[in-house]
Design a protein around this ligand. Sequence first.
Ligand code: GLV
Ligand code: MN
Ligand code: MN
Length: 407
Amino acid sequence: MTDSMTYAAAVLARCDELATFSEEPRRLTRRFATTALWQAGERVRGWMEAAGMVTRRDAIGNLIGRLGDGDRRTLLLGSHLDTVRDAGRYDGMLGVLVAIACVERLRDRGRSLPYALEVLAFADEEGVRFGTGYLGSSVVAGRFDGADLRRRDSAGVTLADAVRAFGGDPDGLTSAGRDPADLIGYYEVHIEQGPALEAAGVPLGVVGAIAGQSRARIAFTGEAGHAGTVPMALRRDALSAAAEFVSAVEAVARAHDDAVATVGELEVQDGASNVVPGRVVLSLDVRHAADAVRESVAAELFDRADAIANARSVVLEWDVVQETCAVDCSTGLTELVAEAVAACGQPVVRLTSGAGHDAVMLSTIAPIAMLFVRCAGGVSHNPAESVTAEDVAAAIDVSTKFLELVG
Ligand code: GLV
Ligand code: MN
Ligand code: MN
């Protein structure tokens, strides 16, 4: 076995172990500020400290491991430990664990870096619990929006209370940003979450840009009524309005090249088989690499929702919960990643990420670069997520080389 395969095997075993920290039995669900997330972080903290890093949690509960003196400029590495519901075990965790493996490998080789290095394990990237993503990295980037503290999860818990219960400090979130002057950059390894690398037959991809996202929480409110007595012509059925809107989402996205739009949550409030639905709440997620296209798709969908609501005499509420522009990765750091890929004997394949990443927030305070790892079938946000030890070993080789090139 090669040196890097040993580290890759350890990374995969750690991904398996972290998958046992879940809110739900027999499947992986680990949302922001839950006991499962805390426990996963403490396990990662143990690996960081064993690798020689000094660890701490910041005001929102991101776990940070540092290697190197306080006065040195710092390269940040990382990804997130929170997951979607019924998640795979690599989305986020792989980037944290590959970063720790690189630190271990440097230590085992007796090598030190001429700069400080920090591994960040972000507490929220997916945004599942409070509807808006990047909460963890927004704090590090100094871009946390204090108004978000009033957001409530599905159980009515405010974000402020969730942060407190997680040992964080809601009052410290807007002032916990890192000073860009201290930072060399941010580097994130992540599974591709799409099929391009597998189709190209290559293990790794160099990311050039990350698509923007628009997310909204939408409600249609009609009038609840008796399923056996309210004539069809007199109904103000909120679910029928929502169903028409969901079809419009698919049609409008299909009409714009490379746009994607998704309704991933839909709740029929107080629903019962014998009740005409009175209120439906749903999520909308729109993405495109070009901000103008994303914005125009989102605007067109608002118009469609408004027209559907008017025609059915139901009330529309449209709450924008996230607007994130597309970001380019930094040319300088990205070319070092490409150089590292080539130096490790791998083909340099460049891609744009349709998925969002913590790197988006970090791009506001530091140059960013990302390396994608092939995943089977391009499947992600699904328990079937899978990577090979060989591909993870290639990512460890390239990342170690990248750290040397940065120096
Ligand atoms: C994160 O997984 C996202 O792109 O939504
Ligand atoms: Mn992710
Ligand atoms: Mn994800």
